[in-house]
Design a protein around this ligand. Structure first.
Ligand SMILES: *Cc1c(COP(=O)(O)O)cnc(C)c1O
Length: 389
């Protein structure tokens, strides 16, 4: 059998299970109104929560940096790829997160994998929330420590697992700050209390909370007024650029520079991204009005959909999962939304549990009132048509 014959059999199985994925082509810059696969759509699925991905100030900074520093960084951070923009951005990120130091990675994915695969040693254990992001799961798989899963944000279950793992040398609790499929916020205050009682370290992946939650958009720790040992984030969501980062103590960062393989063996971020992110952090930190608008939009969409009779998951985060239940019905709902000019994907098992298939909406601060009205009208009409409400 040729490799292509073998792979097409495997793809056929994916199709039969209803799990086949296809790419869609965007022909416009990231903004609420985009051309998706050739048709105009209002996009309710991007991570560009504050609208910065297409911000004129970021673009101007990027253009100037591009002319001065070129496009590619030409090497890893430990060879020729460490520019003054990388260092400036790291100092800025440490200040932003209220931590001693920060370290850039090429993406949030690589930051998670880089920390989790290097920090815990053999004989240690990682206690990981059941709904943690794929990059945390992959980091745990690469770690020499064992992994124990606890039920989603279930503190009595976490405490049970802490009790059962007393024989390990070190315990690390690892959690998303905001969970990407459910839009829930980790109870970091309680997690920190348990970590102190059971002498465990805490690692938080704040990808969706950075720029969105807490004073100045500092994230989940700021919202709860706590200081986890390691806070990981991304520059690709509310910050509007690309790249991942880790913040913590100076020693932690020195350790990662020496031991984290996704840091050492990777070409560094292009300086242009660092300069754009540097400017973006000023907008994020001073973006209280943007954040207030974002949170008003979240409340409006959630309360309107609930009033119509939809089941909506999540807390006050830009991720608004609307539960449809049946997987095929969710796909049909998403297709009908596209007919109405609304782009929002259906999420099915195994990404979410059986019977909890959903339309995963995200909203940004830069959606206007009429775009939100269009969204709500479409949900009402399609919800009735498919007998969900
Ligand atoms: C998006 C995301 C990541 C990955 O970040 P990238 O910068 O896109 O690689 C990691 N963790 C969580 C929770 C995320 O939502």
């Amino acid at each position: 059998m040729s490799i292509d014959e073998w792979l097409s059999q495997r793809i056929e199985k994916t199709k039969q299970a209803g799990l086949y994925r296809e790419l869609r082509t965007m022909s416009t810059a990231p903004q609420p109104n985009m051309i998706v696969n050739g048709t105009q759509q209002i996009v309710f699925s991007s991570n560009n929560y504050l609208g910065l991905a297409n911000d004129p100030m970021l673009i101007e900074k990027a253009l100037n940096t591009l002319k001065e520093f070129g496009i590619g960084s030409s090497g890893s951070r430990l060879t020729t790829g460490n520019t003054e923009w990388h260092e400036k951005l790291e100092q800025r990120l440490a200040r932003f997160k209220g931590m001693e130091a920060a370290l850039l990675f090429s993406s949030g994915y690589l930051a998670n994998v880089g920390v989790l695969s290097s920090l815990p040693e053999r004989g240690d254990v990682l206690l990981s929330d059941q709904l943690n992001h794929a990059s945390i799961i992959d980091g745990c798989r690469l770690s020499k420590a064992e992994t124990v899963i606890y039920k989603h944000s279930d503190m009595s279950n976490l405490e049970e697992k802490l009790n059962e793992t007393q024989s390990y040398t070190r315990r690390f609790i690892v959690t998303d700050g905001v969970f990407s499929m459910d839009g829930t916020i980790a109870p970091l205050d309680e997690i920190m209390k348990l970590s102190k009682r059971y002498d465990a370290y805490v690692i938080v992946d704040d990808a969706h909370a950075t720029g969105v939650l807490g004073e100045g958009g500092r994230g989940t720790s700021d919202r709860f007024g706590v200081s986890p040992d390691v806070v990981i984030g991304t520059l690709s969501k509310a910050v509007g650029v690309e790249g991942g980062f880790v913040t913590g103590s100076r020693i932690l960062i020195d350790f990662l520079i020496n031991h984290s393989r996704t840091f050492i063996f990777q070409t560094s971020l292009p300086p242009v991204s660092c300069a754009a992110a540097y400017v973006a952090l000023d907008i994020v930190e001073n973006g209280q009005e943007l954040r207030e608008r974002l949170h008003r939009q979240i409340k409006l969409i959630k309360s309107s959909l609930e009033a119509m009779g939809f089941t909506v998951y999540g807390q006050d985060t830009p991720i608004i999962p609307v539960i449809i239940g049946d997987a095929a019905k969710s796909v049909r709902f998403s297709k009908r939304l596209q007919d109405y000019g609304i782009y929002a994907p259906a999420i099915r098992p195994p990404t979410v549990p059986e019977g909890e298939s959903r339309i995963r909406l995200t909203v940004t601060a830069v959606h206007n009132d009429s775009q939100i009205e269009d969204l709500l009208t479409s949900f009402k009409e399609i919800g009735r048509e498919l007998k969900i409400i």
